[in-house]
Design a protein around this ligand. Structure first.
Ligand SMILES: C[S@@+](CC[C@H](N)C(=O)[O-])C[C@H]1O[C@@H](n2cnc3c(N)ncnc32)[C@H](O)[C@@H]1O
Length: 401
């Protein structure tokens, strides 16, 4: 039962959330801040405490798959705010949200106003039912909630001025580009080299070009557009994630390398924007993959801590090298970038890695330095160059102008 105290506490927590989103820079415009101030988020997160509902960085889990992994959540406010700002939604627009929860659709409804329209689509009937119920209860019954595999978009409600995707997508299905208005924008969390970046894309001829992007984590896209990433296990709890089917990886040789003593080399390059630096590393060497280790592998001192969250790694035939960071008072952030390397060719890989760190620091040490294009034709022949990623329907080309 909701008491007057609960309502007051929710209002206070909502106001505090908006302040924090502004302070963080996630909310930059009055319009987005007003939407967050208006929608009672706790009505979309039943079963969670009010504190959790209004925490800027918590994405309450709604549903897990048979393997225990999360397949639906209410996204964290800071990420929703960031993506809504990137989408630049104006009153009167027609918007499609891929992946429903209700809350983000309510924010969208606030942003487009009575003259606009929001369609939200989810593949999972339970999530659709839930979103519909919560939206109605919160007074947003004008939002259309549909059940469908969004791989085909929502042709009946198209064209859209904005498409906001809220599941980690391997590719951009042709339907999304077809259903986007000529001056439309699509904001999509796209899998790139083992990591996910939300990218705000505008039309560029028959393809798309990025306006802004940032690191994020999302539940995976299901259905016809789902994708199983290529992984190579090096040791128990140590895995490489690769985009490139053609990159040769000798797992046995790398396992042997992982048991050889590591060398470490330091670059003199500040460690302050790990996500931007990682995107540069991953897209400037065709033999770079993402190295992950679990806590047990770190505790066994097989691989160092940076690999817990995934770290770019140069992969040789018998050796590998990955990014490290150490405290350094001479650096503005207090940390310096470096490299750990294992195997007979460790010295050579570490030198190449350090060279990449210097190239990034000299020319691209800022946010948003990359330009990301989506070409709606598959790469022919299959792309191998470092900044070109072959997808199912098209090709992602990342350049550093
Ligand atoms: C992070 S949740 C959405 C959160 C929601 N936008 C909110 O208000 O915070 C991602 C959703 O994407 C849905 N999804 C995954 N694959 C899909 C597909 N092919 N078509 C439509 N929905 C999909 C999942 O069922 C899940 O509910």
């Amino acid at each position: 039962m909701t008491t007057d105290n609960d309502v007051e506490e929710a209002a206070a927590l909502r106001a505090a959330m908006v302040c924090e989103l502004r302070d963080q820079g996630a909310c930059q415009s009055e319009r987005v801040a007003a939407a967050f101030a208006a929608v009672p988020r706790h009505l979309f997160t039943p079963g969670e405490s009010l504190k959790v509902a209004y925490a800027v960085d918590i994405a309450p889990i709604v549903k897990r798959g048979d393997n225990g992994l999360t397949i639906s959540s209410v996204s964290a406010p800071h990420l929703q705010a960031t993506m809504l700002e990137a989408a630049d939604i104006k009153p009167g627009m027609r918007v499609c949200e891929v992946g429903s929860g209700g809350y983000n659709a309510a924010l969208l409804a606030e942003l487009v106003g009575d003259g606009g329209h929001v369609t939200t689509v989810d593949i999972d009937p339970e999530i659709v039912e839930r979103a519909r119920t919560f939206l109605n209860e919160a007074g947003y019954d004008r939002v259309d909630v549909m059940r469908a595999d969004a791989e085909e978009g929502v042709p009946d409600a198209a064209p859209f001025d904005r498409i906001i995707v809220t599941a980690g997508s391997w590719d951009i299905p042709p339907a999304w580009i077809d259903q986007l208005a000529d001056d439309g924008r699509i904001v999509v969390p796209l899998r790139l080299k083992g990591t996910t970046r939300w990218i705000a894309f505008d039309r560029d001829g028959s393809g798309l070009v990025s306006r802004s992007y940032g690191l994020c984590v999302f539940v995976p896209f299901q259905g016809a557009g789902s994708h199983t990433e290529r992984t190579v296990t090096i040791e128990d709890g140590v895995v490489l994630r690769l985009d490139d089917e053609n990159l040769k990886v000798n797992g046995d040789a790398l396992r042997r390398a992982s048991h050889l003593p590591r060398i470490e080399r330091w670059s003199g390059v500040v460690f302050d924007m790990p996500d931007e630096q990682a995107l540069f590393l991953l897209t400037n060497a065709s033999d770079m993959a993402l190295l992950y280790a679990d806590q047990e592998a770190v505790d066994r001192e097989l691989i160092a801590r940076p690999a817990l969250k995934g770290v770019p790694a140069l992969i040789g035939s018998d050796s590998f090298a990955y990014r490290a960071a150490r405290p350094n008072d001479d650096m503005s952030s207090g940390y310096e970038s470096g490299v750990y390397a294992h195997g007979p060719s460790a010295e050579n890989l570490a030198a190449r890695y350090t060279d990449l760190l210097h190239r990034w620091a000299d020319k691209y040490h800022r946010r948003g330095a990359a330009s990301i294009r989506y070409l709606p034709e598959p790469a022919d022949p299959p792309a191998l160059s470092s900044g070109v990623i072959a997808k199912r329907h098209g090709t992602v080309v990342i350049t550093w102008p």
